[in-house]
Design a protein around this ligand. Structure first.
Ligand SMILES: [Zn+2]
Length: 482
């Protein structure tokens, strides 16, 4: 046997084993084992005094220990610090189990005393641990045994001051969206809890309570009337158990609602106009990093001076964007005002880009952008005849599929000038789940047209915001499929 053949058969066997192994793992998980992820800081970990009740074993309630082994759940469920004691976990599990003899509740403790919300991010470390990454690894392990049913979060004491509280909701929303996206469960129920009312100041509960307004399938449980253990910081044993029951009530409500209230995230369509050189040098690599799609609507811009070619992409660069997976659309051959053209001239201008795409092995465009947002009924008829499915105009409003024509899609203009930044942020912040928001974007940055520039810095902030909110960022060709 030649060496290549040996290597080849070795890899085939490896792939086969891998396939068998992952199949076995997938089929092993038991739908009667209900897994819950417990995250946050000390009051989720539990600091209540361990008592006789803590030692009782219920064969239907198990926990994943520090060695990633399942064993009967007893307090302390957590192992973040030697002082770990009674938390909300077991009383939560008891109520979730109810009288159902067929199910098991599997607790995955991952909370860590003292941790601020900023360390609950991928890559962030907290002392020797990586709280977010470790939690993801443990929960994925647990999901080989059972089915993940929800997440409990109790945290906020370490962010309970006026400065940190202001940033809290944004971070919490990002955490929920990130968990859902990393676990590929877009509607995973998530219940947060208020911090004890006995804390000497309280900036954070107001912020925590905003979560259900910002994100679907989330809830917040009250800490009203729960007592501390004498330190004005930690719930006592009875309070921790009561908190667990409140978590269970909220979780059961979310799980019942879940079947009816499945919400799609907002979708954002990015349309880049004018074949600006920065689309090739800056935008495309940046979008790839975020995993976002986009449509590049190209034209051959009439140049004022020959040296102006430096501002625009050539066709090899446009073809490279297509090869990266982005959609190439049509912005007329030479940036012509469509309303000033007769039918034949329109066909020539649209057809020019079609033929250039063909020459560079780019699929025939189906998306179009009206230069200067000038659209009329004749141009729509001609576009339709020439096989175009989507055309974007202006309008500075959201797209409403029921009332807006796909050949005259409303878009907002993105930018980083003071005026355009205000409009862009407003559009991004006020878009609702299930709504569609389209943007027209010029150069990032735009040297030739500074009025329409978006600086790289601000553009990155917009992308970060879209990522944090869990928006689906798509190309025009995917409209209606988002
Ligand atoms: Zn243009």
């Amino acid at each position: 046997m030649k060496i290549q053949q040996i290597i080849k058969s070795f890899f085939t066997i490896c792939l086969l084993l891998l396939a068998i192994f992952s199949h076995a793992q997938q089929t092993k998980s038991d739908s009667n084992v209900h897994v819950y992820l417990l995250i946050g800081q000390s009051n989720m970990a539990g600091r209540g005094q361990v008592d006789a009740e803590s030692k009782q074993i219920d064969p239907q309630i198990i926990m994943l220990d520090s060695q990633n082994k399942w064993r009967p759940a007893t307090d302390p469920v957590h192992f973040d610090k030697p002082i770990a004691g009674v938390g909300p976990a077991i009383s939560f599990a008891k109520q979730m189990k109810g009288n159902n003899k067929n199910i098991k509740i599997a607790l995955v403790p991952c909370a860590w005393g003292g941790s601020p919300i900023k360390v609950w991010e991928p890559g962030a470390s907290y002392f020797a641990a990586h709280l977010y990454d470790d939690a993801i690894a443990r929960i994925k392990m647990a999901m080989q045994t059972g089915v993940l049913k929800g997440v409990l979060w109790h945290q906020g004491e370490s962010d309970n001051d006026s400065a940190r509280a202001k940033l809290y909701v944004k971070k919490l929303v990002a955490l929920v969206n990130r968990l859902r996206s990393d676990l590929q469960m877009p509607n995973l129920p998530f219940v947060a809890g208020e911090i004890g009312y006995f804390n000497k100041v309280n900036f954070i509960n107001k912020e925590i309570n905003r979560l259900p307004i910002e994100v679907a399938n989330t809830a917040v449980v009250s800490a009203n009337s729960l007592e501390h253990k004498g330190d004005s910081l930690h719930f006592n044993t009875a309070a921790a158990r009561e908190l667990g029951k409140r978590y269970a009530t909220a979780m059961l409500q979310l799980q019942q609602m879940k079947t009816t209230a499945v919400q799609k995230p907002a979708a954002v369509v990015l349309c880049f106009d004018d074949a600006e050189i920065s689309h090739y040098t800056i935008v495309a690599p940046l979008l790839k990093k975020y995993g976002f799609d986009a449509t590049f609507l190209v034209c051959e811009m009439p140049l004022k001076a020959k040296s102006d070619t430096q501002y625009y992409m050539n066709w090899q660069q446009i073809a490279a964007l297509h090869n990266m997976g982005f959609e190439i659309g049509n912005h007329t051959g030479h940036h012509k005002n469509m309303t000033k053209l007769n039918r034949e001239e329109m066909k020539r201008e649209i057809g020019y880009i079609d033929s250039m795409c063909k020459r560079y092995s780019i699929p025939k465009p189906i998306s179009f952008a009206y230069p200067g947002n000038r659209a009329d009924s004749l141009s729509q008829v001609v576009l339709k005849e020439m096989g175009y499915r989507y055309a974007r105009a202006g309008g500075s409003r959201y797209y409403h599929p029921a009332t807006d024509a796909v050949l005259e899609l409303p878009t907002f203009t993105m930018g980083s000038t003071e005026k355009l930044q205000e409009r862009t942020w407003k559009a991004l912040k006020e878009v609702k789940p299930g709504q569609v928001l389209l943007f027209t974007i010029h150069g990032v940055p735009d040297i030739a047209h500074p009025d329409y520039t978006t600086s790289v810095e601000v553009f990155t902030q917009y992308l970060d915001f879209m990522k944090e909110r869990g928006f689906k960022v798509v190309a025009l060709r995917d409209l209606g499929k988002e």
